[in-house]
Design a protein around this ligand. Structure first.
Ligand SMILES: Cc1ncc(COP(=O)(O)O)c(C=O)c1O
Length: 388
């Protein structure tokens, strides 16, 4: 069977063969534990980890490699940032400010803190999914320990005014965290230039392996106090114990180098593919709506509501395309998208929304085929009256 055209690059990406090649020796002869300081196996593993750490630090504009803490992914990095900062700041500061459109890794970590007695405010977004920095500033109180606003949204691709939000936080002496899972390697990320104190990221959104991520924790003063989630051998400066997954870390570093080298050209290519897909849909079909910001969005992201056609009925009619309704990275939850709901969209528009995640392997011919198939199936569904 011919494999479906993959258009779900926000959920995950394939490992680039060049990344896999870089990883392979660390599954083989260079299998050492990066903490084994007494022999060659350990030294080689440690050298590889430190090289990747330096690459990641440089890639996001950090000052020092020691500011990178390896984790199992973005979810863990988000939890370490939120729980770690809030627990260390309590009881004097027990308030978290975040937004209504965060990934569940942030929203539910906030919920868990709330259940323990911490206070959480979730600022709203405008109809395009943008956070107003002044709304964030207005939510900050004397008890606020942390503000967490994602860099780019995984459903609608909206890119937030991170620098302006970070400025508001700094002015109030509050730490600023951003979940940059969808941003790193796709759009410029500069932690020092943007005034970011903590940043979460992972490898599997940028053609690296699943199972590895990192939290950037700004060094220097004022010092960021973090309570670890995982205790043990004191790895990662005591912030995240556990033997480091050396092959995954090596792959993460290689993936970021490639993504950065190719970023500008790839962003241009993806944006052109996305715009071509959108214009074909908009030209051929009436009653289609683009969700999210018209310009401030990830180059490979398109989110479209097909009026009168339920997305969960449309997708099974398109087995030749791998697509999602939005929040597939949240364990296939069947609830309506909290992101689209936060934009204030009517229920029918939420139920008819499909997310397109265009990526490295996609071609113009594929996108044209997808547009053609969608037009066919939407028209068929509308004729059959498969409503929302
Ligand atoms: C914005 C955002 N944060 C967090 C996650 C979770 O990342 P991970 O799979 O690395 O835990 C994802 C995607 O799954 C995401 O898009």
């Amino acid at each position: 069977m011919k494999r479906p055209i993959y258009l779900d690059h926000h959920a995950t990406t394939p490992v680039d063969p060049r990344v896999l090649e870089a990883m392979l020796p660390f599954f083989g002869e260079d299998f050492g534990n990066a903490s084994s300081g007494t022999h060659l196996y350990g030294w080689r593993a440690e050298a590889a980890v430190e090289a990747a750490r330096e690459t990641l630090a440089r890639g996001i504009g950090a000052g020092e490699p020691t500011e990178i803490v390896f984790t199992s992914g973005t979810t863990e990095a988000d939890n370490l940032a939120l729980q770690g900062v809030l627990r260390a700041a309590a009881p004097r500061r027990d308030h978290l400010v975040t937004t209504a459109i965060e990934h569940p890794a942030v929203l539910d970590a906030g919920g868990a803190l709330e259940a323990e007695g911490f206070h959480v405010d979730r600022v709203p977004v405008d109809p395009d999914g943008l956070v107003d920095p002044d709304d964030v500033a207005a939510a900050i109180t004397d008890r606020t320990a942390l503000v967490s606003v994602m860099s780019a949204n995984s459903e609608i691709g909206t890119i937030q005014p991170i620098r302006e939000i970070a400025e508001r936080c700094r002015a109030r002496g509050v730490l600023f965290h951003t979940d940059a899972a969808q941003a790193v390697g796709k759009i410029p990320v500069d932690v020092r230039g943007d005034g970011i104190d903590l940043l979460s990221m992972c490898a599997h959104k940028l053609y690296g392996p699943k199972g590895v991520g990192a939290l950037y924790v700004r060094g220097g003063s004022p010092r960021i106090r973090l309570q670890p989630l995982i205790h043990g051998g004191g790895h990662e400066r005591g912030l995240r114990s556990g033997t480091l997954p050396v092959p995954l870390i090596v792959g993460f570093g290689r993936a970021l180098i490639l993504a950065e080298e190719e970023r500008a050209a790839e962003a241009e290519r993806l944006a052109a593919l996305r715009d071509r897909l959108w214009s074909r849909l908009a030209e051929s079909l009436g009653d289609v709506h683009r969700n999210g910001h018209p310009e401030r969005r990830l180059p490979g992201n398109l989110n479209v509501s097909f009026g009168g056609v339920a997305a969960d009925r449309l997708l099974p009619a398109l087995p030749d395309v791998a697509l999602s309704t939005g929040s597939a990275c949240a364990s296939g939850r069947a609830e309506p998208s909290h992101v689209l709901a936060a934009l204030g969209l009517p229920k029918a528009r939420i139920a008819s929304a499909i997310r397109f995640g265009i990526g490295r392997g996609n071609t113009a011919a594929e996108l044209d085929h997808v547009a053609e198939r969608l037009v066919e199936e939407v028209e068929r569904a509308r004729r059959a009256g498969v409503g929302t």
